[in-house]
Write a protein that binds this ligand. Structure first.
Ligand SMILES: [Zn+2]
Ligand SMILES: [Zn+2]
Length: 393
């Protein structure tokens, strides 16, 4: 129990811990820092700048409002469609962006006793992520046990459910509660940038080739086009990465843990522990109704604390006679039996304390899958602490 952790620890360790608490409080106070909003203003400034140039330097001239006699209808209609598209995309970006900033990324529920330190685990909590000792992961800053996929964010000062990353461009964490609007910001921003890049290119070339074009118009169009190309590449790549993550049912933190594992473990590019098929992986982020996938409403089902394990991962742990997976069931010799079949499981038994048929989960179940009890960074400070609870009995 973490409550017993304090006993028997050196003074130095306690002092270091105190320092961490102070740092944590310091970061909470910084939440009101005006300069933390600068990236948000930058994003809004970019959106409005590109909107302004596209509308006033590209669409409106193509509408030919000053032409009284000869009007190119085809060009005019194209400009009308593009004007509607830019208005729609900009509106959706602003809506999703506001929601991603305002919505809570998800914290550990206060009223759920399973996450309280005084919870007696007679009724085992169904967790897939535990410490190497088999103890439950917990956060000393928040004073709670952590659900699966939950990590402490040092910038926000709280534990975030299914934490993806702390996003300075949102001045918020991206987690279970706001991942969908975050992804939709990228989706609409990508559409917006592609629209600008490909359709405004002709206005830019016209401005560059026409000697009568004012220099300010030429410069503004060229600058906006360059900015749009830059954002277009960045956002398309970033969105592609997140679409891949969604298909894998993985968070950015989990991706980093797999690709940059600690403890000298090998990089693991296999599917996520929580991957349950492309359809369910998508619905777990975008919601169960596909007609609402592109709307920042209809959040995914679930409480952010409980996750279905991948059936592939289940196959790696054959069912025991009690009909449950190896995690929460009395240990059998499965791991030993499968050690040769799954080479990565070698060493599983010798690192596992003798549970003697207790209900505690076996240790080191997850390193073979590329999982660790803590995180490789991204604000989860638990494992970076000098007095890791791994030392607690
Ligand atoms: Zn925490
Ligand atoms: Zn955060």
């Amino acid at each position: 129990m973490p409550g017993n952790v304090e006993e028997g620890r050196g003074e130095e360790a306690v002092n270091q811990e105190q320092k961490f608490y102070e740092n944590s409080n310091e970061s909470r106070e910084r939440r009101d820092d005006f300069f933390k909003w600068v990236p948000v203003f930058w994003v809004l400034g970019s959106v409005f700048f590109l909107y302004f140039v596209y509308v006033f330097f590209h669409c409106i001239p193509l509408l030919q409002p000053d032409e009284e006699d000869i009007v190119d209808i085809a060009v005019q209609q194209r400009a009308q469609v593009e004007l509607m598209a830019i208005n729609f995309f900009t509106l959706m970006i602003l809506l999703c962006y506001a929601m991603a900033i305002v919505m809570h990324p998800g914290g550990i529920p206060e009223n759920d006793p399973r996450w309280h330190y005084d919870y007696n685990e007679i009724q085992p909590v169904n967790l897939h992520e535990r410490k190497k000792t088999g103890d439950r992961r917990h956060c000393k800053w928040c004073g709670k046990y952590k659900p699966d996929r939950c990590h402490h964010c040092r910038a926000c000062g709280i534990c975030i459910l299914k934490m993806d990353h702390h996003c300075p461009w949102l001045y918020n964490c991206v987690g279970f509660g706001n991942y969908k609007p975050f992804v939709l910001v990228l989706v609409y921003a990508m559409f917006d940038c592609h629209l600008i890049v490909w359709t405004m290119a002709r206005s830019v070339t016209d401005a560059l080739t026409n000697v009568h074009t004012p220099i300010t118009t030429m410069f503004t169009l060229l600058f906006a086009e360059t900015v749009a190309v830059f954002y277009c590449i960045l956002i398309t790549l970033f969105l592609g990465f997140h679409i891949w993550l969604i298909n894998q049912n993985m968070t950015t933190i989990e991706f980093c843990e797999k690709v940059l594992p600690k403890d000298g473990a090998k990089t693991n590019y296999e599917a996520s522990l929580y991957s349950v098929g492309i359809w369910q992986n998508c619905t777990s982020v975008l919601g169960s109704n596909p007609f609402c996938w592109l709307l920042p409403f209809c959040p995914p089902e679930g409480d952010g604390c409980n996750y279905t394990k991948s059936p592939v991962a289940g196959d790696l742990y054959p069912k025991d006679p009690y009909g449950t997976y190896g995690y929460d069931s009395p240990r059998s010799s499965f791991a030993q039996l499968n050690a040769d079949e799954y080479p990565s499981y070698k060493g599983l038994e010798e690192n596992t304390p003798a549970y003697g048929g207790s209900i505690q989960p076996p240790a080191r179940m997850f390193p073979p899958m590329g999982y660790h009890s803590g995180s490789a960074g991204y604000g989860d400070e638990e494992d970076s602490r000098p007095s890791d609870v791994a030392s607690v009995s």
